[in-house]
Design a protein around this ligand. Structure first.
Ligand code: GLC
Length: 797
């Protein structure tokens, strides 16, 4: 307790003896003699909320992060006590609250300690700003590892590092730069192969220390608000992430075209440049679905206007692009130019929609258009107004997606690069200063944009992309990782950031492929494309100041490699879409770090380069120049080398060849991977056949393929097609059962099985109890065409 007295001297206060315990259904209040109250709520058997108030007071309960539609419910809740502890027991957890200190220990049902307070909750009163600096200290065990926390540009395992969450415009950030654009105060701990998660739902500048200050302590704190955190128990990391994503919300399916390739630059203008760009994609036969217009499409950077010199008739242009299979996405920033003749500014002013300083003047800051006012997106009325601004641009002109940038919010030429702390916000009827609203500002902007785009693009689905985000943003928007740099180190960062975002509930993320600042070499661009096609959001973007960064900017060899990998992404579209379906319905990350894939294998705990694309393709990017391959760790299990179908045992490090036209890729045995033909854009072709790459295995494996109308909302009425496959392989026998649900009738009538690694020669083929002649086999006995509705196919050797 020496530490406590030291901390006490520095002004910290601690809860003392519990004097009162009160239960209200799923919530138990523990109050101490010195009036600290712990509100413990059982959300689910494995999800517990801990919330602490001082002076006996809890704040009005409000959070932007929590999805109010997320269902709750537990099977068991019991409150007991012994000499030293009050004990809360659920069907999955035992939570002990120490009577003399309010410190907690969380154990699983078998009595294994999962997580325990070290100092636990403590606080300092903030005499200058009011309220408390709220703190939590947890014991960290030797070998415990930590993951999550959004977009941090560091090694996947966070142990030994300290972080701050304060959304920051971070042009050309580097490895270890902290903080950057996003604030996702959620982390996963892995202790003795069991995973848990902690979500500190506090929008102030939160801080996390993973054993940096003290080797055996993990702590988190904030200079205001409440100590309010959710604890998730696994023991699988998959359940932890799914439960976190469930609590903070899952996105609807995006339009399928948004999973196609996207091309961006600062900036494509005028119209002739955009048209030439589009034409070049088609001429070179490089698939592409989205073209992005950066700030120069506007009139003097005024949002919701068009520069009529560059784009005399945007509606016509966008229509022509659509006819050629391109969707147009435009950037919209939060700063509204202060210009008395500009209608958006006028409306904002008249209706009192702009943020103000504490003493009343408007919050004025410089961004691209010069001096700007900034809508208070934390005000629901302002969000409604903002949504309505998309009527023309989306509803009439035909823009299909909106890209929100600078929404940290970024302000130029000021030291903090953002609003001063005193700026006032509505915070949905809980008025506060910028200290509390800063981290949610970007998400509330994206939310308002989403509402607008969704309304006016109807009956199509919306696409929003954001730079800044707080937990829960995934309900409204995809994201990119901001202004990275065209260096090899940034390729490493990109790989870590997207994996980390996927672990943090925000799968629909990508990086500026090739790097935003500076110019990549052709080799770096090729290596980045090879990684980028496996990211849920796949967009090339660059500042445009250093030269071109289109797929053809680096000579024929690189163009051909780029084309091949973008084509590969298009062939994987049904696989990608199924990944999104699993994310959107179950909160399963679209790509999975190795530690998530196999947390029981200690080797994975410290890996950071390899990841699993979907459920069964292991990818490891080449991150160094002049490589002919690399050493990597192959997860446990049996794998097929994607490139030559050779079979290889995992659970070990190995050298893998990968010349410039290859990336190390392995497919899990038993996998069934759905593929479409190459298309120049989504829906270019009517799909006449679904190809399934079947990777033979002795044993069983389940997989699924989700499809629907690719856009629109009919899928919500059951108009989707979900094919569940069960593969069973034995010596000399392969059986695949199909169970189909949903009422969507896919355009193809046949499914083609592409049999890979079959260990026997086929002698009999039986489909739904009918025996077929062997000559229905194609391609040297490797391919079998079936009616799409087959129930069971059995192949015997
Ligand atoms: C910011 C964005 C970048 C964009 C530029 C101009 O730097 O991060 O993506 O191109 O602003 O709008």
């Amino acid at each position: 307790m020496i530490i406590n007295s030291e901390l006490e001297q520095r002004g910290n206060q601690f809860p003392n003896d519990i004097k009162e315990v009160r239960q209200e259904v799923d919530t138990i209040y523990f109050t101490t003699l010195n009036e600290v109250v712990l509100q413990l709520t059982v959300i689910r058997d494995s999800v517990i909320r801990f919330r602490y108030g001082t002076r006996g007071i809890l704040e009005d309960d409000f959070s932007y992060a929590i999805d109010t539609d997320s269902y709750t419910g537990y099977n068991h809740l019991e409150l007991t006590e012994n000499k030293n502890y009050h004990i809360v027991t659920t069907a999955k957890l035992i939570i002990k609250i120490e009577k003399i200190s309010l410190q907690t220990k969380i154990l699983d049902k078998e009595g294994h300690l999962i997580n325990e307070d070290e100092i636990g909750f403590h606080y300092e009163e903030s005499f200058t700003l009011g309220g408390n600096i709220v703190k939590m200290g947890k014991r960290a065990h030797p070998g415990e590892t930590f993951f999550g926390l959004g977009d941090k540009p560091v090694h996947l395992n966070l142990r030994g590092k300290k972080f701050t969450n304060w959304a920051t415009d971070s042009y050309a950030f580097g490895k270890d730069t902290d903080p950057i654009y996003k604030s996702v105060p959620f982390y996963i701990g892995l202790k003795e192969k069991k995973a848990y998660g902690i979500f500190f739902d506090n929008s102030f500048k939160t801080n996390f220390d993973f054993c940096q200050e003290r080797l055996d302590v993990t702590s988190f704190w904030a200079p205001g608000g409440e100590m309010n955190y959710y604890f998730f128990y696994g023991p699988s990391m998959s359940d932890v992430v799914a439960n976190y994503t469930h609590l903070t919300g899952k996105p609807d399916l995006p339009p399928l075209w948004s999973l196609g390739f996207q091309q961006c630059k600062w900036s494509y203008f005028p119209e002739s440049t955009v048209k030439a760009l589009a034409q070049k994609f088609r001429d070179l036969r490089i698939p592409c679905d989205g073209i992005y217009l950066d700030i120069d499409y506007m009139e003097g950077f005024r949002c919701f206007t068009w520069n009529k010199e560059y784009f005399p008739d945007p509606k016509r242009m966008i229509g022509e692009l659509e006819a050629d299979g391109f969707k147009t996405i435009v950037i919209i920033d939060p700063g509204i130019k202060i210009d008395p003749d500009y209608w958006v500014y006028q409306e904002g002013l008249e209706n009192d929609y702009f943020c103000k300083r504490a003493d009343g003047p408007y919050m004025v800051g410089k961004v691209w258009p010069g001096e700007c006012a900034f809508p208070d997106f934390t005000n629901p009325e302002v969000r409604d107004w903002w949504a309505g601004l998309f009527k023309d641009i989306v509803g009439d002109i035909g823009v299909r997606g909106v890209w929100n940038d600078m929404n940290e919010p970024a302000v130029m030429e000021v030291p903090g690069k953002t609003f001063p702390d005193d700026v006032r916000h509505d915070y949905d009827g809980h008025p506060c200063s910028h200290r509390k609203a800063h981290n949610v500002y970007g998400t509330q902007m994206a939310r308002a944009t989403y509402e607008g785009v969704k309304k006016y693009v109807y009956p199509k689905r919306p696409l929003v992309i954001t730079r800044s985000a707080y937990s829960g943003a995934q309900r409204y928007t995809s994201s990119w990782t901001g202004d990275n740099v065209a260096t090899w180190e940034h390729l490493w960062i990109a790989n870590n950031q997207v994996q980390r975002m996927c672990l943090s509930g925000m799968s629909f993320t990508g990086t500026d492929i090739g790097g935003f600042a500076e110019q990549p070499t052709g080799e770096l661009f090729a290596r980045w494309i090879q990684l980028g096609v496996f990211h849920p959001f796949c967009r090339v973007h660059s500042s445009g100041h250093h030269g071109d960064q289109e797929p053809w900017a680096f000579g024929d060899e690189i163009t051909n490699i780029t084309r091949a990998f973008i084509e590969m992404r298009y062939t994987f579209l049904p696989y990608l879409y199924t990944m999104f379906y699993e994310y959107s319905t179950k909160g399963i990350p679209m790509i999975k770090p190795l530690v998530y894939y196999d947390q029981e294998d200690p080797h994975t705990n410290y890996r950071t380069d390899e990841f699993i694309f979907g459920n069964c393709i292991l990818v490891c990017p080449i991150l160094e120049p002049n490589s002919k391959g690399r050493r990597m760790y192959l997860a446990r299990g049996t794998w097929y080398n994607f490139w030559d179908n050779s079979i290889i045992e995992g659970g070990r490090e190995l050298w893998v060849d990968a010349d410039l036209d290859r990336i190390p890729m392995f497919v899990k045995e038993g996998a069934i991977i759905p593929r479409y033909p190459v298309q120049q854009y989504v829906e270019e072709k009517v799909i006449t056949e679904l190809k399934l790459d079947v990777y033979f295995k002795i044993g069983k494996e389940a997989s699924q393929v989700y499809e629907d109308g690719n856009d629109g909302y009919d899928y919500k009425k059951g108009r989707y097609s979900l094919r569940n496959f069960n593969l069973t392989g034995k010596e000399g026998e392969l059986t695949i059962q199909q169970h189909k649900s949903g009422t969507y009738d896919t355009s193809y009538d046949t499914i083609k099985l592409n049999l890979i690694g079959l260990s026997f020669e086929i002698k009999t083929i039986t489909v739904d109890n009918v025996e077929y002649d062997l000559n229905i086999l194609e391609n040297d006995g490797k391919c079998l065409k079936l009616s799409k509705n087959f129930a069971v196919v059995n192949l015997m050797g």
